[in-house]
Design a protein around this ligand. Structure first.
Ligand code: AGP
Length: 607
């Protein structure tokens, strides 16, 4: 997944392009680059590493440009080097192109072009596109695109400029997000992977659909289909939070976002609970929801863990069977989706390719879709029948924290809403809502003891292997805690069902393999105490995250972090905060890059 951006207008394109790329850096930061036209000459600058490196290079040698296109990369084909950085150019340097997506048949195309004498400067799949366009160019960029695009298999969002066409940026997309923004006076326009990179002065947006081409000029944007038939496209108005993202005094965005969670959980509940009744702005009829017989939850990574907790909530509170499907698997299955199945697509970014594709497949099979997203105007939120927003504000750190607790808050509210529709008594609903409204306070209690967790983390920071064990509500919570540690400390941390360890994985246990036990599922606390005895007997250092008073584990664990008590369905919140802080402080102790870990990106927009 990469970010592409382009600007044409009355302002200096360079700083605007850099601003845009920084807003898109969450999509990848292996390398970045900018190309533009100055008169009829293409000029460019690109750099391996983060956008700050490109910025430094441009500060030393600024570019004078009439218009610009830019790219921030997450490497799919070819290492994250300067040579593989976008933009890419044809041999005559008459075209510059940036691309997001994967060209699945690029190797065949590359061989054919090489046979025609084309020399490739990079290892990327993207470079075949610019050489094909050059091959077919006979004075019309649209004509060259018309012949090139049908040859490409796979996904792409691309923008390009041609030195014979000053004052014009061309862009097109298939299965990858791309939109055009412009101001009311039609003096400037932006092409971007997502509208959140727009300026406050370009609040009008048109989203490209598959196989559409746009020609962007200062004072007009023209849309075409692949037969070059002009299209009339409706623009929308977007609200936008353009406040500069700051760490507000925290060392990392991740720590800031961990500490935002009492507020962000409250924001997820805000306006949705009134007089012990739940009000969700759902575009799904109560009749339809009452008839639900199955819920299929889709997600990836952290969002999949939230969906997993959702299946336990639907089972316990609503008595509806549900299943969490890893979206990259779900999209290739042959699911039995009946009209009384609801598909819930969970995605912080709303742009994750696997989740989007699985959702589209479910929609094609006739299912109703509920999106649970944080980003408005995102692809999933636009295509779902209804979307519940997290209202968590921008999550900058690649390692998701506040989005997860907002996702499970929102899912818990939706589960209780369904439960009420299906007959849950007012008293029961009141009880659960009371317990849910205690969560921000429970989170705050854990945050106030962060220094305790930092001291514990220092004891465990040198280990290279971990098991995170849990049962019932603590199993998806353990999976999520393990993912945090994996992502930012690069250690082999595995979430695992506590009861399953003895069926093989316990063979790994020794004194260099700590076990982190999430013990807050009261229903199964004696069982997990036995599991801790089993690993302790084999030499594992044991750290327990346990609710105050759970003495059963106190005598077994080497270290304990006491948590505020909570009912089982809502125990994941406090345990999650402990897991996030544990991972953060281990990464800090190990000197890792925390907000933008290696090999990752905030939104995985390729499969
Ligand atoms: C979470 O810390 C990871 N960055 C990753 O697993 C993420 O949750 C996953 O890529 C899904 O992203 P989404 O919620 O934006 O769809």
């Amino acid at each position: 997944m990469c970010g592409i951006f382009g600007y044409i207008g009355t302002k200096d394109p360079l700083p605007i392009c850099l601003f845009g790329l920084k807003q898109l850096e969450y999509r990848g930061y292996d390398s970045s680059g900018i190309a533009g036209l100055y008169g009829k000459e293409i000029v460019s600058c690109k750099e391996a590493g983060k956008i700050s490196g490109l910025e430094k290079k441009l500060a030393l040698k600024p570019l004078a440009l009439d218009l610009a296109i830019g790219h921030t990369r997450w490497a799919t084909h070819g290492k994250p080097t300067h040579l593989n950085a976008h933009p890419h150019f044809d041999r005559a340097s008459s075209i510059a192109l940036v691309h997001n997506g994967i060209i699945e048949n690029y190797d065949l195309l590359r061989e054919e072009l090489k046979r025609d004498g084309t020399h490739f400067a990079s290892e990327t799949d993207s470079e075949v596109i610019v050489h094909l366009i050059a091959k077919y160019y006979q004075g019309s960029v649209l004509g060259a695109l018309q012949r090139t695009l049908p040859q490409l298999r796979g996904s792409f969002a691309l923008a390009l400029i041609h030195r014979d066409h000053p004052g014009q940026i061309f862009a097109t997309s298939r299965e990858c997000p791309l939109c055009v923004g412009f101001d009311d006076a039609r003096t400037e326009a932006i092409v971007s992977s997502d509208p959140n990179a727009f300026l406050a002065t370009t609040p009008n947006v048109v989203f490209l659909r598959n196989n559409e081409i746009v020609k962007v000029e200062k004072n007009q944007t023209s849309f075409f289909n692949y037969s070059l038939v002009p299209l009339v496209k409706k623009s929308e108005r977007i609200d936008s939070e353009f406040k500069a993202l700051s760490k507000e005094g925290y060392e990392h965005f991740m720590l800031k976002e961990i500490h935002e969670q009492p507020a962000t959980v409250q924001k997820a509940l805000l306006g949705r609970i009134d007089q012990a009744q739940i009000h969700l702005d759902l575009k799904l009829s109560e009749e339809k929801l009452k008839q639900l017989r199955h819920i299929w939850l889709l997600g990836c990574g952290t969002s999949a863990h939230a969906g997993w907790l959702g299946t336990l909530l639907f089972e316990d509170l609503v008595r509806i069977p549900s299943s969490m499907e890893i979206a990259s698997e779900a999209r290739y299955r042959n699911p039995i989706l009946t009209p009384d199945t609801l598909v819930v697509a969970i995605s912080q970014s709303g742009e994750t390719a696997d989740t989007l594709a699985a959702m589209r497949e479910a929609k094609r099979r006739g299912s109703s879709i509920l999106g649970i997203c944080n980003i408005k105007n995102s692809a999933i939120s636009r295509e779902a029948d209804s979307t519940l927003y997290l209202n968590a504000g921008p999550e900058v750190s690649v390692c998701s924290t506040k989005a997860f607790t907002s996702q499970i808050s929102t899912i818990a509210l939706f589960a209780l809403y369904l439960a009420k529709l299906k007959g849950m008594s007012d008293a029961q609903l009141h009880y659960y809502l009371d317990e849910l409204e205690k969560v921000p306070g429970q989170i705050q209690q854990v945050l106030s003891r962060a220094s305790e967790l930092q001291a514990i983390a220092k004891k465990y920071a040198a280990y290279e292997d971990f098991f995170f064990l849990g049962r019932r509500y603590m199993l998806p919570t353990a999976m999520e805690a393990a993912l945090k540690l994996k992502e930012i400390s690069y250690v082999n941390a595995n979430g695992y069902p506590a009861g399953e360890l003895k069926h093989g994985a316990i063979a790994l246990i020794n004194e260099r393999f700590p076990v982190i036990a999430l013990c807050s599922n009261i229903q199964t606390h004696e069982k997990i105490a036995s599991n801790l005895m089993e690993v302790k007997a084999r030499g594992a250092p044991v750290l327990a995250f346990a609710p105050q008073g759970m003495e059963a584990v106190a005598s077994i664990a080497d270290d304990i972090f006491w948590l505020p008590p909570a009912i089982d369905p809502f125990a994941p919140f406090a345990s999650t905060i402990a897991g996030q802080l544990f991972a953060y402080y281990i990464a800090l102790e190990r000197g890792c890059e925390i907000d933008q870990p290696r090999n990752l990106a905030k939104s995985v927009t390729v499969e």
